[in-house]
Design a protein around this ligand. Structure first.
Ligand code: 8YV
Length: 323
């Protein structure tokens, strides 16, 4: 039996690429440039498995037109809103993701953003690098205290829980959250958190609002003009989830007008494009989608994909099947 032909749309950690090339007839994207939608559509006709990332777009159109060879999309990442799951499913294509292994690192990045924006870490760094620091004084670059404040979490899945744990047990914060389904209060209490009934309840209670829900149609623009207005004046938004959960234009307007005090962002609506008006604001901390970007986590994500496609081609149920 010939080995399954697989395509990685981007370069992956070399240890993972090595395992993949031992087990499969693997093609690597040696230039590591994002593939066009047309190139991905062609790949679906040429490979048994395509292994995409968040930098790829797989709308319904790539699955249309027949002659599909791909049987599994082994996504490198937990979020898969860049894939039209219904269209993949309609073609009988399995889809897997990489949950669990990036929980801690993504929660860490949310904490980094929260601390940086509240304590003006980015501004301070820029000031020193520009040679503009005039020395210590009692009124210099005054931020907002974090310890003991209230954090509001939208989406209480693995990453939301890990973030709650850090906020409550690390920083003595009161943690409230909104989640679509009801979470057992005893389970919530393990993370020092309690559930509120609506997004609005969370927004009106929180000094910091952090998004941890999936992207895609169901949560598109969950944070909009009305919801920024519902936040406490002086509150901050943290987004490590997906750019499309936030109406970016509404966020920029809220920041410019002082409706909210600041934002810490790791994700954007049209990555890698970050609007000039957002980049011009001092009261935002901007990271280039670094949530899972540690050696340990990227290796573990890759190995999860290896496990998923190995099980699939060996006729077993892949552990992280989402479709
Ligand atoms: C990944 C992420 O780097 O896993 C996710 O959902 O947002 C990131 O941590 C990215 O998705 C890789 O495809």
């Amino acid at each position: 039996m010939p080995r399954p032909k697989i395509l990685l749309t981007r370069r992956w950690p070399s240890a993972v690429e090595t395992v993949l090339s031992e087990r499969f007839d693997a093609t690597f994207n040696l230039e590591d440039l994002p593939m066009s939608t047309d190139a991905i559509a062609d790949a679906l006709r040429a490979y048994d498995a395509v292994l995409p990332t968040v930098s790829d777009k797989l709308p319904a159109s790539v699955f249309a037109g027949g002659a599909i060879r791909t049987r599994i999309l082994g996504n490198f990442g937990v979020g898969y809103n860049h894939i039209d799951i219904a269209a993949a499913k309609a073609q009988g294509i399995a889809v897997t993701n990489t949950p669990g292994v990036l929980t801690d690192c993504t929660a860490d990045i949310a904490m980094l953003l929260l601390l940086s924006v509240a304590r003006r870490g980015g501004e301070g760094e820029r000031q020193i690098r520009a040679g503009e620091w005039k020395g210590w004084c009692p009124t210099h670059m005054i931020g907002t205290k974090v310890s003991g404040k209230t954090v509001g979490i939208i989406g209480f899945g693995r990453i939301g829980k890990a973030f709650a744990q850090r906020c409550h047990f690390g920083f003595g914060m009161d943690v409230v959250f909104y989640n679509r389904s009801t979470v057992d209060p005893a389970e919530a209490a393990r993370y020092g958190a309690r559930q509120l009934s609506t997004v609005e309840d969370v927004l009106t209670a929180a000094d910091f609002v952090s998004l941890h829900c999936p992207g895609g149609a169901e949560n598109r623009h969950l944070m909009n003009t009305a919801r920024f207005s519902a936040m406490k004046p002086g509150a901050y938004l943290i987004n490590t989830a997906r750019g499309d959960v936030v109406d970016e234009a509404a966020l920029i307007a809220a920041l410019e007008r002082g409706v909210i005090r600041g934002a810490g962002l790791d994700v954007y609506e049209a990555e890698p494009h970050v609007p000039d008006r957002l980049r011009a604001l001092e009261n935002v901390v901007l990271l280039p989608h670094l949530g899972s970007a540690t050696e340990e986590t990227r290796n573990a994500m890759g190995m999860k994909v290896v496990d998923n496609i190995t099980d699939f081609f060996d006729g077993r149920e892949p552990p992280d099947r989402v479709a």
